[in-house]
Design a protein around this ligand. Structure first.
Ligand SMILES: Cc1cc2nc3c(=O)[nH]c(=O)nc-3n(C[C@H](O)[C@H](O)[C@H](O)COP(=O)(O)O)c2cc1C
Length: 207
């Protein structure tokens, strides 16, 4: 069984594959417009999301899709919620936010179900698994020609917004929104530090 599994893993695409090109070319684009992904494309990206590493198969990930005109409505409610929470959005920021949301064809609200006090999987692992799921979703969208932008604005850290979206804050940790669509402009390539700059080597101290 182990040998068979290894054979399958080794049969994956080579280093110059399309997959690697997708992974090394993604960048975030905030200004996204229609057309957004189809329902089939969203479901395909979710198939990528559920491939995130998942200790003890907790399946913590939750994604809620919001389309127009509900995106605009969500924006209004988020602006009210942050004001009520004592962190009002500056008027210029409100204008920009409304302008941005008007064009966004798909907003995905994301949370994970908290498994409190799991003896094998501390919450940090659940958080990381959710992050990995979001990343897979973003990369899948990128592979299909769409851009996305992860935001923890729009009242993410209020009680009201996650609750309104069906994510009771006692049971779910809300991790924000992805705006998904067609880039409003051709993005410049992402500049990054070379991958090798984040690598070190540990060697066992000589006795
Ligand atoms: C969990 C998380 C939350 C984020 N929230 C915001 C946000 O609220 N506002 C913002 O301008 N960027 C936010 N970002 C950053 C953008 O999504 C994006 O990563 C950043 O603009 C850099 O682009 P890049 O992904 O191409 O490097 C967030 C990123 C992460 C990982």
């Amino acid at each position: 069984m182990q040998a068979q599994h290894q054979a399958q893993v080794q049969a994956q695409p080579a280093s110059d594959s399309d997959v690697i090109r997708v992974l090394t070319s993604r960048r975030s684009v905030k200004s996204v417009v229609a057309p957004g992904p189809s329902r089939d494309q969203i479901e395909l990206a979710l198939e990528a999301a559920v491939r995130a590493p998942d200790h003890a198969a907790l399946r913590v990930w939750r994604f809620a899709m919001i389309e127009q005109p509900d995106i605009v409505e969500l924006g209004e409610r988020a602006i009210e919620a942050v004001a009520k929470a004592g962190r009002p959005m500056a008027p210029e920021k409100q204008v920009k936010t409304r302008e941005w949301l008007k064009g966004v064809p798909l907003l995905v609200a994301m949370a994970y179900q908290i498994h409190h006090d799991n003896p094998k999987v501390p919450e940090l692992e659940q958080t990381l698994s959710m992050g990995a799921a979001v990343m897979n979703f973003q990369n899948a969208m990128h592979a299909m020609g769409y851009a996305s932008f992860w935001s923890t604005g729009l009242g993410t850290f209020t009680e009201e917004v996650p609750t309104m979206l069906g994510f009771d804050t006692l049971d779910y940790r809300f991790v924000g929104f992805l705006a998904v669509g067609t880039p409003a402009f051709t993005p410049t390539p992402a500049t990054r530090t070379p991958g090798k700059s984040i690598l070190t080597r540990w060697t066992a101290p000589k006795a």
